[in-house]
Design a protein. Structure first.
Length: 298
């Protein structure tokens, strides 16, 4: 399931790993997130730095408002398209069959690409609607549209984001294509709350991607994290990212600082001990969510 590869970049040779999705397609073990990196010029610069550092998984979304900048960086990188794994997401207001298809066309046009590698339902429900039955119908219609996109090879993998266990159970009842990925907020500070989702996905061969893997910026200075980092001769950010990887997740750190972008990628070649992992798992603090809580979405 896992493989390692080395690639030459301008700074030397970088090491990365891939993991195989339930579709048989491989995805890099770490990606670059672009949430809140705007305008397009800033997103273009950040993604260009990430690609130069060795990242080959780039994550954006319709809602981020930076698909044009992300696409420009990818197209102008000189890297063969098939070597870059591109993810974007459908926003809540566009859930539904026809609206999802139209939103995908718009995202693809903004990216300036012929296909995307992964398309995700961004949230299980529209924040504006509290009607459970309406939300269920919209999710079902949306997934049908996603399956059509996958059948036409316009999307190579389809998945979800912010789905908790009951959303996934509902989806699996009617899906003809299994979701390849569930992208959720994941870091040690909410691990116990997220553990059921992680375990459900592992049991059903759905890859977990971890957004906000560093939690709030200040949490990298947690004394437990810092102590482990000192023992490992790594940064606190690298320890948190390694924690995600050793839980079987693909972390998606984001930064606009070129040095941090490089640093965050250097998470291979060392291992956290079982004791380190246990200490980090115990940092759970439910007040530490960065994003809204999808458990409250019907």
């Amino acid at each position: 399931m896992y493989s390692t590869y080395n690639k030459k970049v301008s700074g030397g040779v970088i090491m990365n790993e891939t993991i195989r999705l339930n579709t048989g397609i491989s995805i890099p073990r770490i990606g670059f997130g672009t949430w809140e990196i705007t305008p397009d010029s800033a997103a273009k610069a950040a993604v260009a730095s990430a690609l130069e550092a060795g990242y080959r998984l780039i994550d954006t979304a319709q809602m981020y408002g930076n698909e044009r900048g992300v696409g420009e960086a990818i197209r102008e990188s000189g890297i063969p398209r098939e070597e870059i794994f591109v993810t974007t997401k459908l926003w809540n207001a566009d859930q539904g069959h026809q609206s999802a298809l139209e939103a995908f066309d718009a995202s693809l046009e903004r990216l300036g690409l012929d296909y995307v590698d992964l398309y995700l339902i961004h949230w299980p429900a529209d924040f504006r609607s509290g009607d459970a039955e309406t939300n269920r119908q919209r999710r079902r219609q949306t997934w049908k549209a996603f399956e059509e996109l996958a059948k036409k090879k316009r999307v190579h993998n389809i998945g979800v984001s912010n789905f908790v266990v009951h959303h996934l159970e509902e989806l699996l009842q009617h899906a003809n294509v299994m979701p390849a990925v569930n992208q959720v907020e994941l870091h040690p500070f909410i691990f116990e709350e997220q553990r059921p989702i992680v375990e459900f996905c592992q049991q059903h061969d759905i890859l977990v991607e971890a957004y906000s893997p560093l939690s709030h910026g200040g949490r990298v200075n947690d004394p437990v994290v810092q102590a482990i980092a000192e023992e490992q001769d790594k940064t606190s950010a690298q320890v948190l990212l390694r924690w995600s990887i050793q839980h079987g997740a693909v972390p998606l750190p984001r930064s606009m600082n070129p040095d941090h972008i490089v640093e965050n990628f250097q998470v291979f070649g060392f291992e956290l001990s079982a004791d380190d992992m246990h200490k980090l798992n115990k940092l759970t603090d439910k007040a530490s969510r960065v994003a809204p809580d999808p458990h409250k979405m019907k």
